[in-house]
Design a protein around this ligand. Structure first.
Ligand SMILES: *Cc1c(COP(=O)(O)O)cnc(C)c1O
Length: 381
């Protein structure tokens, strides 16, 4: 950008994401099969096919599809008999603590690591009491938790480990798929996620026996015509969602490649900007390419995250302050002793620094350059 010139405002708002929309003809071809079968839900052919394809893709043999990620996590709590208290992260989407509340389990918020932005064995351990049954950790932005450390702590304390892997579709740690760790990992296939089924989700569990329990729980606990054996809910993914998922899955590799290129432009353009840092995966970790997160250090940048967010809006660039406010600040949780701000200093600092930037395959190189121009211009004000 020429110094002093004002970047152009985008005609249409630029959002942080845009759903991956495969060619409609490909979807229609699958829908024709669904129509011909006359079978719309209750574990049809598309469901069976997508479950197998995703189990392969995610390296998670015991995978169950769901109508959304939140239902998958609610069922995980039931399947693993999570009770009492569960230590979790305040730096996440509301669904994470809410599934605990819906299971009559008390969330206990642990502080996060300032770099990984996830809860750690060190922040979780002091919060474990006789009532604690599990840890519900989040791989926030696809940055993996210290899975081995959390595993050791859980082993020592007899706790279950659940992961909210809503951002971790495709994340691997030293070549190991993220779903290999913990007792259960939830994936979300919401339209805002890179891989999606419009609404949808999945739960990966350790063994076939647990998967059988999960499959019962997502279908009202119905074992057969004569027997209902568990108080289940309706968590089933339908055939239309599954057909969409099968088509979207064919385009995931191209979307990931496109996002990688977009990410490279952001990194090159913003590398020299004082006080700005783009969150990167640690060595050995495969990026899920779910988000592109900027951290704004107000001192160094001479501009707060909130000011940058507001200034970019003038260019029709709609960034998001994921995850501000913290879950511990919600009216339904702020009364908890673990929610006190002085107990969550890193979470409060990080929540004031992060800004989710537009990041999807529909962005042209030139769009990304214009967004970077607008960022540079906004910082200089
Ligand atoms: C998207 C998301 C969820 C919710 O998933 P749904 O499929 O929309 O129910 C849960 N946790 C996190 C961290 C998410 O980003």
């Amino acid at each position: 950008m020429r110094r002093g010139s004002t970047p152009l405002r985008f005609e249409q708002p630029i959002h942080v994401t845009r759903p991956l929309l495969p060619p409609l003809a490909e979807l229609n071809a699958e829908l024709e099969k669904v129509w011909a079968s006359g079978w719309l839900t209750n574990g049809g052919e598309q469901h069976a096919l997508l479950e197998r394809e995703l189990a392969e893709w995610l390296g998670a043999p015991n995978l169950s599809l769901f109508n959304n990620g939140t239902a998958a996590l609610m069922v995980a709590c039931q399947a693993l008999q999570v009770t009492g208290e569960v230590v979790t992260s305040p730096f996440t989407f509301p669904a994470t603590p809410h599934v605990l509340s819906w299971n009559k389990v008390a969330p206990v918020f642990a502080d996060i690591d300032p770099e990984t932005m996830n809860i750690t064995p060190d922040t979780v351990a002091p919060l474990v009491t006789g009532a604690t049954s599990a840890v519900l950790a989040v791989h926030v932005y696809g940055l993996p938790c210290d899975v081995r450390g959390i595993d050791r702590l859980a082993q020592a304390q007899g706790l279950k480990v659940l992961y909210d892997g809503a951002h971790a579709f495709g994340t691997t740690i030293d070549g190991e798929p993220v779903a290999r760790f913990g007792d259960a990992t939830m994936f979300s296939f919401h339209a805002t996620k890179l891989f999606h089924t419009a609404e949808g989700g999945a739960l990966a569990v350790r063994d076939a026996e647990t998967k059988a329990r999960v499959d019962l729980l997502k279908n009202f606990g119905i074992r057969n015509e004569e027997e209902v054996v568990l108080p289940g809910i309706n968590g089933k993914m339908n055939e239309l969602q599954a057909a969409l998922g099968r088509v979207v899955l064919r385009h995931v590799a191209a979307e990931r490649a496109r996002r990688e290129r977009v990410g490279r432009i952001y990194r090159e353009r913003l590398a020299g900007a004082a006080g700005l840092r783009i969150v990167a995966m640690p060595p050995g970790v495969t990026d899920s390419h779910q988000y592109l997160i900027l951290r704004v250090d107000e001192q160094g940048a001479g501009c707060s995250r909130d000011a940058l967010h507001a200034r970019l809006k003038r260019f029709n660039i709609v960034t998001r302050k994921y995850f501000h406010p913290l879950c511990s600040q919600y009216d339904c949780y702020r009364h908890l002793p673990s929610a006190r701000p002085e107990r969550l200093p890193n979470a409060h600092r990080v929540a004031a620094e992060v800004l989710s930037l537009p990041y999807h395959g529909g962005l042209a190189d030139d769009d990304v350059h214009r967004i970077c121009d607008a960022i540079e211009y906004s910082l200089a004000r």
